[in-house]
Design a protein around this ligand. Structure first.
Ligand code: ADP
Ligand code: MG
Length: 482
């Protein structure tokens, strides 16, 4: 271990994409539509409008808190965070500051990093609204209020992470939780995930859980990709190490990640910190979170990635490696589950999904949702393979042909390309081949046994590749070795 231990705490913002409407208004929660088409007077803060809390969003926030092993509050209420910016028409953000979930008791998340289980304490999870989005052009900027009021979950961890690798593994874990729980698509490419990274270095020989031993932290704001989080952390660890090695002190400040230069850049120091003058949102009455409400939410939590992975290994006998690939994206795992429900053999299906399908999706950068071969179509190929009417080589050809021409695999499984597996037909063909190769037979019998492959090749040639190769080998052995 080096001289310093990095202490990293994340503030992860994730848009809740799975509610129909926004968190305080009846406008559609779908900001990628035509700009400014999903905007209600409430989102624009027109005088006289009043917010309405979206029960679905509250449910999802509480569900997330349960999955993260947080305690749930007895009362739910919101606060105003006051500041002005053009993307915030109200002049304040409706959020939860003093009484977020888990209300004083830490939650805890377990996640995997390089096949090791790591733990992070959750300091705070709260529901708030997103701001509008600003699109900057050469001489103008456009404001799109579709995003104003989209529900946002902010998760704040304790500084229990120690490297860029761990931070990214944690974020990937959380993305998977949000996807599996049906809370969000959690797609960072769509800007649904944004992170602030807090990072400091401490003396590695001291107790890392005693805050007195922690170093001065730097906050890096608004990173919108996991790659950005990784690079920013690595850059900042290096920058702070150099400062400490020179015997200088790290200054507490807010920096931003600059993708282009690959560096963090000074934004503001602690003395410039904004005072948001929080106060309780008077237009949303505080409401009680009943036991029944919590129980109904708890009962609706679905199977998450870690549980599915365990099932794949223990029940279906898959390798840890395959199980990991299958559960990484919920849509891929759902596809695999459908294959199982159709009665496909788990190992065969897993093999097709993890090898052929995932490679295809990566190559063409498409989601499995847009993948032409639905599980029932894959099943058409696999069941013919099981019946031995096609060879595995043909199965692959049909797979790609079917994808290319977007036609059901069945279309290509004709009598014409069907594998020859009939023993009488094969014996006839083999006899014919052998009768025209007497010289080679003699050589074979006198010890040149590597000629065996030659005979197999001749039979394959004769049948234009359609003979069932393992049957051909069996029959040939029988004929040549006796
Ligand atoms: P603020 O009020 O400035 O937002 P918080 O106490 O809410 O500060 O902490 C913000 C984040 O900074 C949390 O993720 C927390 O874990 C992290 N953090 C706090 N102290 C340190 C530290 N010394 N080093 C690294 N991260 C830290
Ligand atoms: Mg904070």
């Amino acid at each position: 271990m080096g001289k310093y231990l990095a202490k990293i705490g994340l503030e992860m913002h994730c848009e809740v994409s799975e509610t129909k409407t926004k968190v305080f208004s009846p406008a559609r929660n779908s900001y990628s539509d035509i700009p400014n088409s999903n905007v209600s007077p409430i989102d624009m803060a027109f005088p006289g409008t009043l917010p309405m809390v979206n029960k679905e969003a509250v449910k999802m926030a509480l569900m997330a808190s349960m999955i993260l092993k947080c305690s749930q509050p007895e009362y739910f209420y919101f606060e105003r965070k006051n500041y002005y910016y053009p993307d915030l028409p109200k002049g304040y953000q409706t959020t939860q500051e003093t009484k977020p979930i888990p209300s004083g008791i830490y939650g805890e998340v377990e996640f995997e990093c390089n096949d090791e289980i790591k733990k992070v304490r959750v300091n705070n999870l709260h529901l708030e609204e997103d701001a509008a989005s600003l699109d900057h052009y050469y001489a103008t900027s456009n404001i799109d209020y579709n995003r104003a009021g989209v529900p946002l979950l902010e998760l704040v961890t304790e500084p229990d992470l120690h490297s860029a690798e761990e931070a990214v593994a944690f974020l990937e874990h959380m993305r998977s939780v949000y996807q599996y729980a049906g809370i969000s698509e959690a797609d960072s490419k769509k800007g649904q995930i944004r992170c602030d990274v807090n990072i400091s270095l401490m003396d590695a020989s001291l107790d890392e859980f005693d805050p007195n031993n922690w170093g001065t932290r730097v906050e890096i704001k608004n990173i919108n990709s996991f790659g950005g989080v990784r690079d920013a952390i690595n850059y900042e660890i290096k920058r702070q190490t150099e400062i400490l090695d020179k015997g200088e002190e790290v200054i507490q400040e807010t920096r931003r990640w600059d993708e282009e230069s690959g560096t963090t850049i000074f934004m503001r120091s602690k003395v410039d910190a904004i005072d948001y003058k929080y106060f309780v949102e008077p237009n949303i009455p505080k409401f009680k979170v009943t036991k029944e409400f919590l129980e109904s939410i708890r009962a609706s939590i679905t199977e998450l990635a870690m549980e599915r992975k365990k099932k794949y290994i223990e029940k279906y006998g898959l390798s840890n490696y395959d199980a990991k690939i299958l559960v990484k994206e919920k849509d891929v795992s759902d596809y695999f589950e459908e294959c199982i429900n159709l009665g496909m053999d788990a190992k065969t299906a897993a093999n097709w999904v993890t090898v052929q399908i995932v490679a295809y999706l990566n190559k063409y950068e498409i989601s499995i949702k847009d993948f032409y071969l639905k599980p029932e179509y894959l099943n058409q190929i696999i069941s013919e393979l099981d019946k031995k009417t096609i060879s595995s080589k043909q199965a692959k050809e049909i797979f790609f042909k079917s994808l290319e021409e977007e036609k059901m695999p069945k279309t290509y499984i004709t009598k014409d390309n069907a594998q020859i597996s009939d023993i009488n037909t094969l014996t006839e063909i083999i006899d014919k081949v052998l009768s025209s190769n007497e010289m080679q037979i003699n050589e074979y019998k006198s010890g040149k046994t590597n000629l065996f492959d030659y005979f197999v090749g001749q039979v394959m040639k004769e049948t234009r590749g359609k003979a069932n190769p393992s049957m051909v080998k069996d029959i040939l052995k029988e004929k040549l070795d006796n």
